[in-house]
Design a protein around this ligand. Structure first.
Ligand code: ZN
Length: 293
């Protein structure tokens, strides 16, 4: 499996020329350099989703290897800032050209969106991912105060209840990404694939092709640990208090892990990616079309 050196590159202080995506970079990239040395020698196929995309794409210049002291200092400061400014950052991301979180684009894409999950007797799959239709904006509700991250209403309520319960036990569940449009995913999949010289199959292990992401449904959410932002969107997220809490409690709120280790879809292990399956619509979305029980 291929690793992407870019992912392990210490991030630098965001340049003022692109503060928006830099914020994302900070949030999601912060931890990677601290990856423990006891990490599996076969590096897990790198982590998905937004962070990588935003981290790499906007900055064509090679990242300097900052000296360790500076890096550590930056991490600390920026980590704190990340906590405080998470909402702000998310808002900025939404405004950013490269933003991929919860963009509002209603999106006429060339993609013919797939079969309606509940209507298809046989699963439409592509590179191990199932087809999903985009949730209508009218069905979405915010899960962060600034409204930049959204989920389907039922899922959003369950998510808010869940994070509140975790908070009462001192655990900080932080949403990183919720609903994504087809346009968001198109960017994540194709642009990042090209940027990293990945072929379609490699890319599909860490990011679904547009039209095939659970994030389109509005039921999926990527969750980070507010106390350990360094491990956001990292397989080692499963060593955080947030993950342990989720493992013990998420089912109570109808959230389940979409891509556990060894999942049959062949998608990389994503301990941060949870989906809501707590009403009939979500159940149909995730189960009915797949011939699963
Ligand atoms: Zn995800």
């Amino acid at each position: 499996m291929k690793t992407f050196p870019g992912d392990l590159t210490p991030f630098t202080i965001p340049s003022s020329s692109r503060p928006l995506s830099a914020g994302v970079e900070r949030l999601d990239n912060a931890g990677t350099p601290e990856k423990p040395s006891d990490a599996p020698s076969v590096a897990p196929p790198t982590v998905d989703d937004i962070p990588v995309a935003l981290r790499e794409t906007p900055d064509p210049a090679p990242r300097p290897r900052a000296n360790v002291a500076l890096l550590a200092g930056s991490l600390t400061v920026l980590g704190l800032m990340a906590l405080a400014a998470g909402g702000y950052v998310a808002l900025q991301m939404q405004r950013s050209q490269t933003a991929t979180l919860a963009t509002e684009s209603p999106t006429p894409t060339t993609q013919t969106p797939t079969t309606a999950p509940s209507a298809s007797p046989s699963a439409d799959t592509l590179l191990g991912h199932f087809a999903y239709t985009e949730a209508p904006q009218s069905e979405l509700a915010p899960i962060v105060p600034d409204g930049s991250i959204k989920m389907r209403k039922a899922a959003a309520k369950a998510f808010r209840d869940m994070t509140a319960a975790a908070q009462r036990e001192g655990v900080s569940l932080v949403p990183i990404s919720g609903f994504r449009s087809l346009a968001d995913q198109k960017y994540l999949y194709f642009d990042v694939k090209a940027d990293r010289n990945q072929d379609a199959e490699e890319r599909a292990k860490v990011s679904a092709p547009p039209g095939y992401s659970e994030h389109h449904t509005g039921y999926a959410v990527d969750i980070g640990d507010g106390n350990t932002p360094a491990l956001n969107l990292n397989p080692d997220f499963d060593k955080t208090a947030a993950y342990r809490w989720l493992k013990a409690n998420a089912n109570r709120y109808s959230f389940e892990l979409s891509f556990p280790k060894g999942n049959r879809q062949g998608v990389s292990y994503e301990p941060w990616h949870w989906r809501y399956a707590g009403d009939i619509q979500s159940l149909k979305t995730f189960y009915k079309a797949r011939g699963q029980k």
